[in-house]
Design a protein around this ligand. Structure first.
Ligand SMILES: Nc1ncnc2c1ncn2[C@@H]1O[C@H](COP(=O)(O)OP(=O)(O)OP(=O)(O)O)[C@@H](O)[C@H]1O
Ligand SMILES: [Mg+2]
Length: 584
């Protein structure tokens, strides 16, 4: 209910139009009122008098009335359509802006499809309710307010008779309402599950095909569709049943009025035309009752949708600027971990008591087994997550006291899984620095050993990626991600396994370029292939969330430990390869 009020708050900026809409609603409502009276006039006056001229009057009155009603309805619906679209526009814009503000932890816990369902479906439902049901409801209420006194004034005994069915109606309605509401909530959840599953399985179609699970997935999807169907049908049945009962109850009311009204007519206390007019007005009273059933379904859906949209809007990002956060126009690039512990779920720590001091301009390599916490460690520098204990400092300041924008703008990040958008290659490379000149973009691509590939494409840098464009290989994507990160000229460069998909020769090219690009910045390089990190100033060895060793390559291979084991293993396999090549 409070959320409904909040939704109406979105109409505030369009106050004038809302007032106009209400005025038009009044006109539309009012235009329906004379009709039963005209019928009465026709039956009680025009027909007994056999007056041709009055009949013509009735004809023009009806045509005029409906023409007026038509124009008013047209304007009203146009205005409501506009208001509905406008609210949807505002809600969608706000939701998307807010989703962009939410931290990664929000996305970790939710299926993409379910998030999408909120921005698309829920807001559609709200629009539908605003332009459809909601307006009908208001017009109906207006009609009730106006018609009630009219019928009481016309014939109060008949009016009382018409109202005896109201308690029955209320009881039946209450009985059904609870079931319908429960079904709506359940249906909404199943619908979410359907969208969630659909998005996930389409995104993962390669896995589905590789494991030949198409049949299984279709069956599973069918189950979800079936669930939706079954629930939808129970809801529809319940709804129609309620509609049936309401129709019968109101038919009973109408029957009673005809019966008692006819007696009144026989006793000459009422004229036939008056009775017909009365029944006409009663139709205006019972009509809303019938429509309330349909509105109810809509309102249940919309209520759930409104709640969910506002729930998203009310979710506070975990990571936000502190009120007194400082902006740092240019970072020196010193990074320090002080007694840092972190867990995605605070009760399950992934990193334990990390202490590491990195001077500006240093090249730090991070190695360790898969799942040891390397990505997690570097994610704390860009403050994608906040530490559970201790602090991460950049230039001596806790990252939580620096403006996020200052940090992120000056960190170049190549994540473990490179992601491209469905835009041109140029736009993808310049994603973090859209004012980049062509020369800068080409240089960045050169450094990533990607320029010659792009230059050979018919459309060059204007080649579109994705749906209607080219697809890049994993290695090409990695190189594009490197170009994108280095183009922003960051103070701190983080490469998370950025060259893992490159062949030795390409890697050597990229490495040479990276060595140049890394000059003058603080660099964190995560790599599984040790050949890429032998030149690091320091190598940090991580195992099970702890730093187990720090040193240069020479120092680390000289002593037994995780690093030496890794080195021996890779060295041995490299030797084996060489041997195999030699033996042919
Ligand atoms: N978003 C997340 N939510 C919850 N747990 C996570 C998340 N990301 C990683 N983890 C967990 O944290 C631990 C460390 O993961 P992390 O990605 O840092 O490992 P890694 O050292 O980068 O491994 P790899 O070499 O395979 O990339 C793992 O046990 C993983 O299950
Ligand atoms: Mg990783």
């Amino acid at each position: 209910m409070s959320n409904l009020g909040r939704l109406l708050g979105y109409l505030k900026p369009y106050r004038a139009r809302v007032v106009l809409a209400v005025f038009l609603m009044l006109l539309v409502t009012a235009s329906a009122l004379p009709m039963p009276r005209i019928t009465q006039y026709l039956l009680d006056v025009v027909l007994p008098q056999r007056s041709q001229s009055r009949l013509l009057g009735v004809f023009w009155a009806i045509v005029g009335l409906y023409a007026f009603r038509g124009v008013a309805s047209f304007l009203l619906n146009y205005l409501l359509g506009w208001l509905g679209q406008r609210i949807v526009f505002d809600l969608r814009f706000q939701s998307y802006r807010h989703l962009n503000r939410l931290s990664l932890s929000y996305y970790d816990k939710r299926q993409t499809g379910k998030i999408m369902a909120r921005v698309i479906d829920d807001i559609n439902v709200i629009q539908y309710m605003i332009t459809g049901g909601f307006v009908t409801l208001i017009t109906d209420i207006l009609t009730l307010i106006v018609v009630m006194p009219v019928v009481v004034w016309m014939q109060w005994q008949l009016a009382v008779m018409a109202l005896v069915i109201v308690p029955t109606y209320v009881v039946v309605y209450k009985l059904f309402l609870k079931r319908i509401r429960a079904l709506s909530v359940e249906l909404r959840e199943k619908w979410d599950a359907l969208i969630g599953a659909l998005q996930e399985k389409i995104a993962g179609i390669t896995v589905v095909k590789a494991f030949h699970r198409e049949g299984y997935e279709v069956d599973r999807f069918m189950t979800t569709v079936q669930d939706n169907y079954t629930l939808g049908m129970s809801q529809a049945k319940l709804n129609r049943l309620l509609g049936l009962i309401v129709t019968v109850v109101s038919a009973g009311g109408t029957g009673l009025i005809y019966w008692y009204g006819a007696i009144l007519v026989l006793h000459r206390q009422l004229q036939a035309g008056e009775l017909i007019a009365f029944v006409g007005y009663i139709g205006y009273l019972y009509g809303p009752a019938l429509r309330l059933v349909d509105f109810n379904i809509q309102a249940q859906w919309a209520g759930a949708a409104i709640d969910r949209v506002f729930e998203t809007l009310d979710t506070r990002p975990d990571i936000m600027d502190a009120p007194n956060a400082v902006a740092l126009a240019s970072l020196r690039g010193e990074v320090r971990f002080r007694n840092v512990s972190f867990g995605y779920d605070p009760s399950k720590p992934v990193l334990h008591d990390i202490n590491l001091e990195v001077k500006a301009g240093e090249l730090i390599a991070i190695v360790g087994p898969s799942g040891s916490g390397k990505t997690t460690l570097v994610n704390l520098i860009a403050r994608f997550y906040d530490v559970t204990e201790g602090e991460v400092l950049i230039d001596g300041l806790d990252v939580r006291s620096i403006r996020l924008e200052s940090i992120r703008r000056q960190i170049g990040y190549v994540s473990q899984e490179s992601l491209l958008f469905s835009v041109t290659l140029r736009e993808n490379i310049a994603y973090g620095f859209h004012d980049a000149t062509d020369t800068q973009i080409i240089e960045a691509a050169r450094n990533a050993d990607l320029h010659s590939y792009i230059a050979d494409l018919p459309d060059g840098y204007d080649t579109k990626i994705g749906e209607d464009g080219v697809k890049l290989s994993v290695g090409q994507k990695q190189r594009l991600a490197i170009a994108r990160a280095t183009l922003t000229n960051p103070r701190i460069l983080i490469l998370d396994d950025a060259t893992s998909a490159l062949d030795s020769e390409t890697e050597a090219h990229v490495q040479a370029a990276l060595d140049r690009v890394m000059e003058g910045r603080t660099n964190f390089v995560i790599a599984h292939r040790l050949s890429t990190i032998v030149n690091a100033d320091r190598i940090v060895v991580i195992d099970a969330g702890r730093i187990v060793d720090v040193g240069t390559h020479a120092e680390l291979v000289a002593r037994p430990g995780v690093y030496k084991n890794l080195y021996d293993e890779q060295f041995r396999s490299a030797q084996d390869e060489a041997l195999a090549a030699y033996l042919g």
